[in-house]
Design a binder for this molecule. Structure first.
Ligand SMILES: [Fe+2]
Length: 507
């Protein structure tokens, strides 16, 4: 282990050991507040403009997802420019370290809260990877200065990325311009059939690209020679002597195109251990989402094939941390969700008692009790019924334990108090499943008919505890060590971000 791998740990411990470790009782305010640029508006999913800019999501699901065609046209241009078809960056270091964050780009406090902790977590790493949703709400080039270049000005190494669905809402124009230096617009979706003209009319086209503004932002915030990188395409591989890191672009709907599928099969071959990074996780909320490949097969088939030697698959898209160590034959594959890099938080209390792995082997951050308590406070504030809704972390933990039948990591002693009738009611209302059932009985009530993504995206807040998370991956001495650091936004955690989960994999 290199000396800089040691990240100091806080006296409070982590969220599994104390409420202070989760950030419920901030001793000192975080200095991230001072970093937030003046006149930054809190990013809100309530604004009609935000939803209107993200409309291509709905259109792609109704009229068909044009991402594959746009990607093909863009890649043809990149290949013509001379990018080798392997889309692979070679690195010679035997030992390599990098940081991985998913779903970063809201540009407000929830993103900036991560920045001071990143200085600590990223110290001594070789590069940083952003896995999905670099820019909210719609990947615009105009948003890159404030939501990408400026926040990561202190990160000294190159940043590679894969796009998420939000980056695709401008036809990937901003992403390809910033990360691949592709200056021409290939975002011309083809819609055919009876509704084609209507789809073309409604489809949001990317805005004009101000090259001078982008170049100025890069020069001002990330202009150092060590920070520069042009990645081969929206999907890519970084090949190191011990581990091949393979990153795929899952577009808007979560599948990959035929050409990318063929490339993935090719770079997955051979005995070298591999790590997959994907926009959409393959196992999330205890459900498998294998990721279809155009023309047949799935991404998960490729990952599970023993001939390919994958050790883990990490996906963004869902804004929290989850890890499922799944037995596949005689191997253990770690399926990780790592979307806690800056945007609003998706609830973890809606995850049932796990079936895909033993509940005791499952890890999530925030803990389900903390997630339920955070949401109960939000609902209390919205409805102006705090006395009905608000649950303390301890009450919420007891209610989650009761409904799910789990042994919470932070258990409040050997003989915890049973939850009150009110706590049980609020837990049911806010979607804590019963045991390992898929859905709750209250699903049929109108409050539960609102899709989950909608409820969670409206549940954005800008004060600690944020429950953001950043991963650090270190390859050394034939091992891959993955650590998940929690980011609460509390001052005492900024210089000592608590390790919330850690796993070491033999390569
Ligand atoms: Fe996201």
């Amino acid at each position: 282990m290199r000396a800089q791998d040691a990240v100091p740990q806080p006296a409070s411990g982590n969220s599994r050991s104390s409420e202070a470790g989760a950030g419920w009782t901030c001793g000192t305010p975080g200095r991230y507040e001072a970093l937030v640029p003046p006149r930054t508006r809190a990013f809100s999913w309530w604004r009609p403009g935000t939803l209107l800019r993200s409309r291509n999501d709905v259109l792609a699901h109704v009229f068909g997802d044009p991402s594959d065609d746009i990607r093909r046209a863009s890649l043809a241009a990149l290949t013509e420019r001379g990018v080798p078809a392997a889309f692979t960056v070679q690195r010679r270091e035997e030992d390599v370290s990098f940081v991985l964050m998913g779903d970063t780009g809201e540009g407000d406090r929830s993103q900036w809260a991560v920045v001071p902790a990143l200085d600590r977590i990223g110290a001594g790493t070789d590069f940083l990877v952003i896995a999905s949703d670099v820019i909210y709400p719609a990947g615009d080039t105009a948003d890159y200065p404030d939501k990408f270049f400026r926040p990561y000005t202190n990160y000294p190494g190159p940043i590679y990325a894969i796009p998420g669905n939000h980056d695709w809402y401008d036809g990937l124009r901003g992403f390809l311009r910033v990360f691949c230096d592709l200056r021409e617009d290939h975002a011309r979706p083809v819609f055919t059939g009876f509704f084609g003209p209507l789809a073309r009319l409604l489809w949001r086209r990317p805005g004009a690209v101000d090259d001078a503004a982008l170049d100025a932002a890069r020069a001002r915030y990330r202009g150092a020679p060590g920070q520069q990188a042009v990645q081969p395409g929206p999907y890519w591989a970084v090949d190191t002597p011990r581990l091949r890191i393979i990153a795929i672009d899952t577009g808007i709907a979560g599948g990959i195109d035929r050409d990318q599928g063929a490339w993935l099969r090719e770079v997955s071959a051979g005995p070298k251990p591999k790590l997959l990074i994907t926009g959409k996780p393959l196992l999330v909320d205890d459900e498998r989402r294998p990721g279809p490949i155009e023309g047949g097969g799935t991404v998960d088939d490729i990952v599970r094939d023993p001939a390919h030697h994958y050790v883990a698959a990490i996906g963004g898209d869902i804004h929290n941390y989850q890890r499922y160590p799944v037995k596949v034959g005689d191997r253990t594959l770690h399926y990780v969700v790592a979307g806690g890099g800056g945007a609003f938080m998706h609830a973890t209390h809606t995850i049932r008692r796990t079936r895909s792995v033993d509940e005791d082997a499952f890890r999530c951050y925030p803990l389900r009790g903390d997630s339920l308590s955070r949401y109960s406070k939000l609902y209390g504030a919205w409805t102006r019924l705090p006395k009905l809704f608000e649950l303390t972390p301890q009450e919420a933990t007891a209610a989650a334990r009761h409904r799910l039948g789990i042994r919470p990591a932070r258990g409040y002693g050997d003989a915890p108090t049973p939850p009150s009738a009110r706590a049980k009611f609020v837990a049911a209302l806010l979607g804590v499943p019963r045991g390992n059932r898929k859905r709750t009985g209250l699903l049929r009530l109108p409050v539960r008919r609102v899709p989950r993504w909608f409820r969670s995206e409206l549940a954005d807040w800008d004060r600690p505890p944020f429950f953001k998370s950043v991963l650090r991956l270190d390859v050394s001495d034939g091992e891959l060590r993955i650590r998940c650091f929690g980011v609460s936004g509390c001052g005492e955690h900024e210089d000592a971000p608590p390790v919330e989960d850690e796993v070491t994999i033999q390569l």
